[in-house]
Design a protein around this ligand. Structure first.
Ligand code: GTP
Ligand code: MG
Ligand code: NA
Length: 458
């Protein structure tokens, strides 16, 4: 349907890598924002999305005198967490993308989540480049802010260059051990066979122009066909958020197709499918992160790829990490409702059928899955009797208190990740003797709970 090379959608680029390699900081450097410093514990715990219009990319790459044939309208970049708990979010991010940036810390080389990310990319055959980040940490590095990497390397002393070469070749060997041939991007003559490496600094900006240019060139060279615009809507819910003045909203990534104000949509909900109508389609300003509060632009319609905030009635119980469906004129609403609930079924299947276990509550389906994954792991093995997404209310405390009447009283516990506990719920928990563990860093929650269980055992 109406596919043509003159009508390419924006590619989606996912940024992946081990924790603290500088994924968010690289995006901050490109956006000229400061998202990373606002994160709890300096770690990313949600998927983010930022739209880079082609004009900005052209501006940032002009020193490289790249050809002007940048035919995609822009680039949608998806930020993902590197912490080991968020395997599911990395999988989700990488499943949305056309191309990826794998970030490796030049001082650390390949780390566990680098390898996990590599395997995700391999299994989906997603083309990617490596950003070899933190080159400014090489001892004696002379910054040349925002410069293309070859110009920056020319400024360095012999010692810096030889340390750079030594670390680069070490990392190329490590990549080879993972079955990947790689080469510095400007020496790479075989884009399809060798992974391009772009040395970068997210702090002083060296290599950023190269990274942007390569992403656009690669997408145009390798996947024109895939980027030809398609009318079928493909859309994933990233977050469910209450915004002052807007009520409950959902943040989505529109991968394909067009969304309109007034579209009838179906999303997966805690209490069944939610059928509603798009009231407003909002985006952050270009070059701003969707997951950070800000001012929004209104749109009558939006074409893929975009990160979008949707306002509509009845989204309170929508579940992040699920698909959004648009009801077309020829669609059977009942079929779509059933399809929309598929994602929830897999999580529900994790709940212990014996009815004995702790209650787990989180802000998104993604973090809920991460918690469930942890509790299931051989070292932990804690059964779960109830799950919920969103704030802890009195009814959740009531549900957890049922465990007080069973053999394992220590299961009268709620693990609450990145959600509020209402004052009434807190009061009731104290009264009944239900323990609530709260944290906004997922592994702090694990630590608290592990300490508690060890105490109970002794
Ligand atoms: P997660 O999302 O939590 O996995 O981390 P991340 O990969 O997004 O890394 P982040 O952007 O949070 O950066 C981690 C730390 O490394 C921060 O303290 C950054 O300031 C620092 N950092 C990131 N990039 C660079 C760089 O190029 N040079 C130097 N010197 N520090 C950097
Ligand atoms: Mg990050
Ligand atoms: Na971090």
């Amino acid at each position: 349907k109406n596919r043509s090379a003159d009508d390419l959608r924006s590619p989606i680029c996912c940024i992946l890598g081990h924790v603290d390699t500088g994924k968010t900081k690289l995006l901050d450097c490109i956006r000229r924002t400061n998202v990373q410093e606002g994160e709890a514990g300096g770690i990313t715990q949600q998927i983010g999305a930022t739209y880079f219009p082609m004009d900005n990319i052209r501006e940032r790459t002009k020193e490289l005198k790249a050809d002007a044939k940048l035919r995609v309208p822009g680039l949608l970049v998806i930020d993902t967490p590197g912490h080991e708990s968020f395997t599911n979010l990395r999988a989700r991010g990488s499943s949305l993308c056309d191309i990826a940036i794998l970030v490796i810390d030049i001082m650390h080389g390949l780390e566990p989540q680098t390898i996990e990310s590599l395997n995700l990319l391999k299994s989906r055959q997603t083309p990617f480049v490596v950003a070899l980040n933190k080159v400014d940490r090489l001892y004696g590095w002379k910054p040349s802010p925002g410069a293309p990497i070859r110009a920056a390397l020319k400024q360095q002393s012999k010692d810096v260059v030889s340390e750079f070469d030594m670390r680069l070749s070490q990392i190329m060997t490590e990549l080879k051990e993972q079955g990947m041939n790689s080469e510095l991007y400007y020496r790479n003559k075989e884009l399809r066979k060798y992974i391009s490496i772009i040395p970068t600094s997210a702090i002083s900006g060296e290599g950023i122009p190269d990274l942007l240019m390569l992403l656009v060139q690669l997408t145009q060279k390798l996947m024109e066909d895939k980027l030809m615009y398609m009318s079928e809507v493909q859309c994933t819910v990233l977050e469910v958020k209450v915004v002052e003045g807007l009520g409950t909203t959902i943040d989505v990534v529109l991968v394909n197709g067009v969304l309109h104000e007034g579209d009838q949509i179906v999303v997966c909900g805690m209490q069944g499918p939610i059928v509603t109508t798009v009231r407003a389609l909002l985006t952050p300003h270009p070059m701003k992160e969707l997951r950070v509060k800000g001012t929004y632009l209104h749109h009558k319609e939006l074409k893929a790829a975009q990160g979008i905030k949707i306002t509509a009635q009845g989204l309170e119980h929508a579940i992040a990490g699920t698909q959004l469906y648009v009801v077309g004129p020829d669609d059977e609403l009942e079929d779509i409702k059933e399809e929309a609930m598929q994602d929830m079924k897999s999580v529900m299947s994790r709940v212990d059928k014996s009815g004995e276990g702790v209650c787990v509550q989180a802000s998104t389906l993604g973090s809920l899955e991460a918690l469930l994954e942890f509790l299931k792991s051989p070292a932990v093995k804690i059964p779960v009797s109830g799950i919920s997404i969103g704030p802890v209310h009195k009814k959740d405390v009531m549900r957890a208190s049922v465990m007080l009447e069973k053999k394992k009283k220590e299961y009268a516990t709620i693990l609450a990740f990145d959600v509020k506990v209402t004052p009434e719920a807190k009061e009731l928990a104290e009264e009944l003797g239900v323990k609530i563990f709260m944290a906004d860093i997922i592994y702090h929650l694990f630590d608290q709970f592990t300490a508690y269980m060890n105490n109970v055992k002794d």
